[in-house]
Design a protein around this ligand. Structure first.
Ligand code: F0G
Length: 440
């Protein structure tokens, strides 16, 4: 068959040239308003790449080679699990790239959970192994590099904690000031401490995440600050690279299912965009079904899909101990609904008890994560039970945050398993150990 691309090298050099397209009305524009919304209908926009879309498999195969070769390179952008894939990212001059080797996260096989669910190919992609301990780093590296290339000296975000930690760190690396708005009393101490340590201006507000995001609109309209929430489409370009990395790790065989937790609902669509682009370039044959799991107390997408098929968002008052996904009015719900439909994924919610149970099971396999991430295993169990995920199918759970992000959560559940405090006498310790051995 004749290739549509006589000169892949030529395309590769200009590959990152991009435009922004409205996800609702489809209007293509070069710029948007300061909240990254469409000039015509105010919906969110996505990044598109007219230069290489339609380039086909020859281009894709060349990229695969280049990406593999870069693994041996010592250039900072080649050591980044985001910028190594830069042909499929917005073009940013190398001197503006802000990177801390983000991405490069492990894909681990589960054993006990795999056996229990009849899924021998059950894996986790551990995005909690990023520099600040969450998947946010891949997106923030991309978006803050764009901010820097556009000359911004202040960046800002509203956050349930992980975005703020990541924004604070990457801003510090870039020599840029950061302002973060947090819902007072609803962010774990670990995440709050990160933002402070990295030198962010931290404003705690008497509201929830959704309230913080509303205030942020005003801030961005009033001050020349660059918005780094996931409304920012460049964030999603960084986040989509997890799909590229996962496919390299699976030798370009897409799994049947990929399962992500859903909060503000951008990550699911970023992941979906990554897989769609690989399919477009002929690098994977089939798309995985991307399923989204929410906490039962913060389940606006689940209700929206169930009650009106994804046409109009049903907001909820969010409440869950999985504070990362305590969001009732998710900004990117439309993108998430589209990806569910495009890939044929499911949307499910899980109780607090199911999340805690799943988290403990992952922990018992030596895989720590924060509660929001454990929702994926809890959701998978429901999807297996419902027959949506079938015996023998392959599945990857995206673990979005590191276990040390929320130590209080674990201690409240696990502290009963600690022996003592007890006498520091060897006899006392030995006596206790004898009961442990006896129970073996
Ligand atoms: N998991 C973790 C650990 C998160 O921190 C978040 C979102 C999500 C899942 C949900 O991802 O919003 O793209 O659906 N945390 C944001 C924050 C809201 O501010 O850190 P999403």
């Amino acid at each position: 068959m004749k290739t549509t691309l006589p000169n892949p090298a030529g395309i590769i050099s200009s590959a990152g040239a991009h435009a922004l397209r409205c996800v609702h009305c489809g209007v293509v524009q070069a710029t948007t308003d300061r909240m990254f919304r469409c000039h015509e209908c105010s919906e969110l926009v996505e990044v598109i790449y007219p230069e290489w879309s339609g380039a086909g498999r020859e281009f894709g195969l060349r990229l695969k080679e280049i990406w593999r070769e870069r693994k041996a390179s010592t250039l900072p952008e080649d050591q980044s699990g985001v910028w190594r894939f830069r042909e499929l990212l917005p073009q940013v001059d190398g001197k503006h790239i802000v990177t801390m080797c983000e991405g490069n996260t492990p894909l681990l096989r589960l054993t006990a959970a795999a056996r229990a669910l009849g899924l021998p190919n059950l894996m986790v992609k551990h995005q909690g192994m990023n520099p600040t301990g969450s998947f946010k780093d891949t997106g923030i590296s991309a978006a803050i590099s764009v901010a820097r290339s556009q000359g911004f000296s202040i960046v800002c975000c509203a956050s349930t904690g992980n975005t703020s930690a990541s924004v604070a760190a990457y801003a510090a690396r870039a020599g840029i000031k950061s302002i973060v708005l947090l819902p007072a009393g609803q962010v774990t101490s670990g995440k709050l401490a990160q933002a402070l340590e990295y030198g962010a201006h931290v404003l705690q507000l008497h509201t929830d995440f959704d309230g913080c995001l509303t205030v942020l609109h005003e801030v961005v309209n009033k001050f020349p600050a660059y918005l780094l929430n996931s409304l920012n489409p460049y964030r999603l370009e960084g986040q989509k690279t997890v799909a590229f990395e996962m496919m390299e790790q699976l030798d370009w065989q897409a799994p049947d299912h990929v399962i992500v937790p859903g909060g503000n609902l951008a990550n699911s669509s970023a992941l979906g965009k990554g897989f769609l682009e690989l399919q477009q370039l002929g690098l994977i044959r089939s798309l995985p079904k991307i399923s989204i799991i929410q906490a039962a107390g913060a389940n606006p997408l689940v209700r929206t899909m169930r009650e009106n098929g994804g046409t109009e968002l049903i907001r909820v008052n969010a409440e869950t101990r999985a504070t990362a996904i305590r969001i009732g009015n998710p900004a990117s719900w439309r993108k998430a609904a589209t990806i569910l439909k495009t890939t044929g994924g499911a949307c499910e919610d899980v109780t607090e008890k199911e999340i805690a149970q799943a988290k403990a099971e992952l922990g018992a396999e030596g895989v720590g994560c924060e509660p929001a991430s454990a929702a994926t295993l809890a959701g998978l169990k429901k999807l297996v039970h419902a027959g949506f995920v079938k015996a023998g199918e392959s599945a990857v759970l995206v673990l979005t945050g590191h276990m040390l992000k929320d130590v209080d959560y674990m201690l409240s559940d696990q502290v009963k398993r600690v022996y003592g405090p007890m006498d520091a006498a060897p006899a006392t310790v030995i006596k206790t150990l004898e009961t442990i051995y006896a129970g073996n």
